[in-house]
Design a protein around this ligand. Structure first.
Ligand code: CTP
Ligand code: MG
Length: 226
């Protein structure tokens, strides 16, 4: 709850994990738990969160239900869709009573409860907020021929992560209008004409995309434990 308004979380974990080269990244072991259990655990333990919908690939639904049975805030374990946004929508559809929706990639197990509450605080002002960090690499714009057209100034470039937090009416309108494919929910909301506020994420909040990320997540978790 924030200001007496219900807060729901959608955790999307229904991707095909192609870049993992055959390892199911959601059920992959990480520091004694699975990647998915780490993510759901952070939302379960965050006092602001009331309800959680977890979106999984068809083949993982049964295993997911077993794994998540002990998490009292999980009110739905449902099947995802072809595109990431189809999976997000499947989760949102289970959280009709929530005024605020926190959307998070199941592939980012190193988030903290602070990232969730900071997002809720940012969205309370703007209606839409996305977690982000300043880019550390130099970013160049190239043509189809791979020749550099422009080197962008790093000052205003951000790498966007999840959590992303939205007032329910805003995300509902945005999803109704969405036509193209989007890689995050903020872009869908921007496209619908709303302003999205960026708030400070964490360089440790990595997305497990390749096997190297899984190894790195293990190291970062180990450091956290002292
Ligand atoms: N996701 C989803 N449904 C989809 C596509 C993606 O729920 N149809 C989720 C993934 O499970 C992940 C997050 O969205 O938690 C970000 O996607 P990404 O990092 O691209 O993961 P995958 O799509 O699983 O990986 P790949 O692109 O390598 O196949
Ligand atoms: Mg993908």
């Amino acid at each position: 709850m924030i200001n007496n308004q219900k807060v729901g979380a959608v955790i999307v974990a229904a991707g095909s994990g192609e870049r993992m080269g055959g390892v199911d990244k959601m059920l992959a072991p990480l520091g004694g738990r699975t990647v998915l259990a780490w993510v759901v655990g952070v939302f379960q333990e965050c006092p602001a969160i009331d309800e959680i919908a977890v979106v999984l690939g068809e083949h993982n639904i049964e295993a997911g239900q077993r794994l998540l049975a002990g998490f009292s805030k999980v009110i739905a374990v449902c099947r995802g869709g072809e595109r990431r946004q189809d999976s997000v929508l499947a989760g949102i559809n289970h959280l009709g009573g929530c005024r605020w929706l926190v959307i998070h990639d199941g592939a980012r197990p190193l988030l903290t409860a602070d990232l969730i509450t900071d997002g809720l605080a940012a969205a309370a002002e703007s209606g839409a907020a996305a977690c982000a960090v300043p880019v550390t690499d130099t970013i160049k714009l190239a043509g189809d021929d791979d020749y550099v057209r422009e080197t962008l100034s790093r000052k205003r470039l951000w790498a966007v992560q999840t959590p992303q937090v939205f007032r329910s009416d805003i995300i509902t309108v945005a999803y109704r209008q969405a036509q193209a494919e989007f890689t995050d929910d903020a872009s869908l909301v921007e496209k619908a004409g709303y302003r999205v506020k960026l708030y400070k994420g964490s360089y440790g909040n990595i997305k497990i995309t390749t096997p190297a990320h899984l190894a790195l997540a293990g190291v970062l978790l180990g450091e956290r434990g002292g």
